[in-house]
Design a protein around this ligand. Structure first.
Ligand SMILES: *Cc1c(COP(=O)(O)O)cnc(C)c1O
Length: 402
């Protein structure tokens, strides 16, 4: 593999998308490698926000709810389903935060499996997933079954096979492990959960917008994810939840709010869930924070998730090649799967003392992120990052270590 970034950029069919993002002229950032934590804003997003505030919010005022806002959680959910999730309409909503949706869906799932008292999870899942399940287990008298995952890899089907049985209500894992970047075999693990009658839930935060997803085809029961990473929705943009259509009558989320009611504006006595995915909603949806998603989903639909994945595999392989050439001799280890088909959109580098390197890197305009212990994550968002940007960032890291 050539290490010349210009050769890679010249051959990149998605290179033109970089121009659609806002990169201030006076930017002090020479290499942004944290698209897996917070995506960059689109120029179109700034326009849409401005239009929305001046024209739609200011102009339509309360009438906006009857015009279209009531439908946004569902229409945007459907669009996301078709562009990025492999989900047919009527199964996905945009709402809340990932943490809150993990609670709502996991609680709904265990309630739908009465008589089963175990939930399977892994030691290296994202903290919020583990904490929320701990809370549900404590309040519902459930037992957590921990699979010990290798922090350089992630969950394997054989590990799931060895712990699930007729006591298992739910398994919850991440599609892409937030530390190593390990890409889980979703259809196989879902099949294993189903073979004992358990439900399978997936956290898609680190895969959505970067790795192709086929929720319907894989038979996934429930899924959640956020929109501020590879979907560039902006800090704190809302999350999404997927509940397979065939489960919508039997799986009931626990936060019964008026916006998930069959007739929100009748304001009647007693909760009656809306039919379909709307029942996943609890309170007033964060409409303003959904505006950027329109621009991002248009862009992703145009670029195509398969092309995004292709670039993602190339640019992470390129980062690994640079790390092998420059950083390995300086004591840096690559702790992500070397096989691009087993890896999501980021690569983790490890070296004792990396916690102290973050500040000097930021001072030189290089922004990766840091995860305990000693892990520097390189997350080049495919639509906004050039090979040259990766080259520049890792060169600065090399010089700081050397
Ligand atoms: C980013 C991320 C979250 C974030 O949850 P929030 O409620 O948005 O803070 C959850 N799970 C995973 C796997 C993540 O990567």
């Amino acid at each position: 593999m050539t290490l010349d970034p210009y050769a890679w950029d010249a051959a990149d069919p998605l290179a033109g998308y970089r121009d659609q993002f806002i990169t201030p002229d006076d930017a002090d950032v020479i290499s942004y490698l944290d698209g897996n934590s917070l995506g960059r804003p689109l120029k179109r997003t700034a326009e849409l926000m401005d239009e929305f505030i001046r024209e739609t919010w200011a102009g339509r005022l309360i009438r906006g709810w009857t015009d279209e806002w009531m439908e946004w959680p569902l229409t945007l959910g459907d669009r996301l389903g078709s562009v990025a999730l492999g989900a047919a309409g009527g199964q996905t909503v945009v709402a809340d935060s990932t943490t809150v949706l993990i609670y709502k869906l996991a609680r709904a799932a265990v309630d739908a499996r009465p008589g089963r008292n175990r939930v399977v999870l892994d030691t290296d899942n994202f903290p919020t997933d583990r904490y929320v399940l701990e809370g549900i287990a404590a309040s519902q008298g459930l037992e957590l079954v921990w699979v010990r995952t290798d922090p350089g890899e992630g969950i394997h089907p054989s590990q799931v096979e060895s712990v699930v049985d007729e006591r298992t209500a739910l398994v919850l894992f991440s599609h892409v492990a937030y530390r190593s970047g390990w890409l889980a075999d979703v259809p196989e693990i879902t099949r294993i959960a189903h073979s004992v009658g358990a439900l399978a839930m997936w956290d898609l935060c680190h895969s959505v917008g970067s790795v192709p997803i086929s929720l319907d085809e894989w038979g996934v029961d429930l899924a959640v994810g956020c929109t501020y990473k590879y979907l560039n929705g902006g800090p704190g943009s809302p999350a999404f939840a997927y509940l397979a259509g065939h489960l919508q009558d039997s799986v009931r989320q626990p936060i019964w709010g008026w916006m998930g009611h069959r007739a929100s504006f009748e304001m009647g006595p007693g909760y009656e869930p809306a039919p379909g995915a709307r029942a996943l909603i609890s309170g007033t949806p964060p409409i303003l924070a959904m505006v950027p998603l329109h621009a991002n989903l248009d862009m992703l639909a145009e670029a195509g998730i398969l092309a995004v994945r292709d670039k993602s595999q190339k640019i992470t392989s390129y980062a690994i090649a640079l790390a092998d050439e420059w950083l390995k001799p300086l004591g840096v280890e690559v702790v992500s799967p070397p096989d691009p088909s087993r890896r999501g959109g980021h690569v983790t580098l490890r070296r004792p003392g990396f916690a102290e390197i973050l500040e000097p890197l930021w001072a030189k305009g290089v922004i990766p992120d840091y995860r305990q212990p000693d892990g520097l994550r390189i997350g080049p968002a495919p639509l906004s990052t050039s090979f040259d940007e990766v080259h520049r960032g890792l060169a600065v890291l090399r010089d700081l270590l050397g």
